[in-house]
Design a protein around this ligand. Structure first.
Ligand code: CP
Length: 314
């Protein structure tokens, strides 16, 4: 694997190999010295044209734990704000000797353009592009589900037979898209629940079932409920009557969360709109994996950087 642009490009064997490498990387976090010499001499550039907390920081931590040099570049405060193009930015980073570029961009397809352009000879990692994909988020979600379900015996396993319900703003969600491709590749059964206005037309061709009724989905007792953030910043129209009505019909409130089987887990990629798509009680419950997802993000991003830059999954 030279780049990580989409979970559509990741085979079941590759996904399981990455999850297994992440298991090894998770052990590093338990050591007194949380560092491996593996990527000494390599340079990782975090190129963020859109805001981020979890993804940007965890890629930085991941690269540093592998002893790579890290350059953090955000569009705000750089020459991008003076109008510099993606091409000139990429060529500048190439001149600085970047071995990997982790890119977040508001334009769907920007990481693919960078990978195909020849402007820079580096591994490209998609850290979220528009409404298209967020592959490392899906990998860390799969890792979290696998660990919760199989515990210490998860190595080599996929997610066969696991039922996952993804709820909310599917239309604008790159997290939903990457998860649909990856979780189904790993053998999970995925269903989507959303208002009709927040389901893309293309969903008819996805390997999922869809419905509008969260209560029925909760009562079906899925293994995993994944709540999505309402992405108000990408909405240029009224997709639902108001926040109160959205929360009433499609929010995971305390009462719905209490009806889930005790073994079900509640996921959210963050950042959360507490009180809108998820209640504080559900977000902070023992079934919630929100903070585990953040911690697992470091292990997954270490695995991805290691895999791309060492040229090995040994
Ligand atoms: N889940 C996620 O991508 O969070 P950030 O936007 O904070 O990186």
């Amino acid at each position: 694997m030279r780049h990580l642009l989409s979970t559509k490009d990741v085979s079941r064997d590759e996904a399981i190999a990455l999850l297994d490498i992440a298991e090894d990387m998770a052990g590093v976090a338990d050591r007194e010295v949380k560092k491996l010499p593996t990527l000494r001499g390599k340079t990782v550039v975090n190129l963020f044209f859109e805001d981020s907390t979890r993804t940007r920081v965890s890629f930085e931590v991941a690269a540093k734990r592998l002893s790579a040099d890290v350059i953090n570049f955000s569009a705000k405060g750089s020459s991008v704000s003076k109008g510099e193009s993606l091409k000139d930015t990429a060529q500048t980073l190439a001149a600085m000797g970047a071995d990997a570029v982790v890119i977040r961009h508001s334009a769907s397809g920007a990481p693919r353009v960078l990978a195909d352009s020849g402007w820079i000879d580096a591994g490209i990692v998609n850290a979220g592009d528009g409404t298209h994909e967020h592959p490392t988020q899906a990998l860390l979600d799969a890792f979290t589900i696998r660990r919760r379900l199989h515990g210490g015996a998860s190595r080599g396993k996929g997610l066969d037979g696991v039922t996952v319900t993804i709820v909310g703003d599917i239309l604008h969600s790159r997290v939903a898209r990457s998860n649909v491709w990856l979780l189904t590749t790993l053998g999970a059964t995925v269903s989507l629940v959303a208002p009709a206005t927040l389901l893309p037309v293309s969903v008819a061709g996805w390997p999922v079932t869809q419905s509008y009724d969260l209560d029925a989905a909760v009562d079906a007792g899925p293994d995993v409920v994944m709540m999505l953030r309402i992405q108000a910043e990408r909405m240029n129209a009224a997709f639902f009557p108001n926040a109160r009505e959205y929360s009433r019909q499609w929010g995971l409130d305390d009462e719905r969360a209490a009806r889930l089987p005790a073994a079900s887990i509640v996921m959210h990629p963050g950042p959360m709109n507490r009180g809108l798509e998820i209640s504080a009680g559900a977000a902070d419950s023992p079934q919630s994996t929100v903070l585990e997802q953040v911690a697992n993000g470091v292990s997954i991003r270490m695995a991805v950087l290691f895999h791309l830059l060492s040229g090995s999954d040994a």
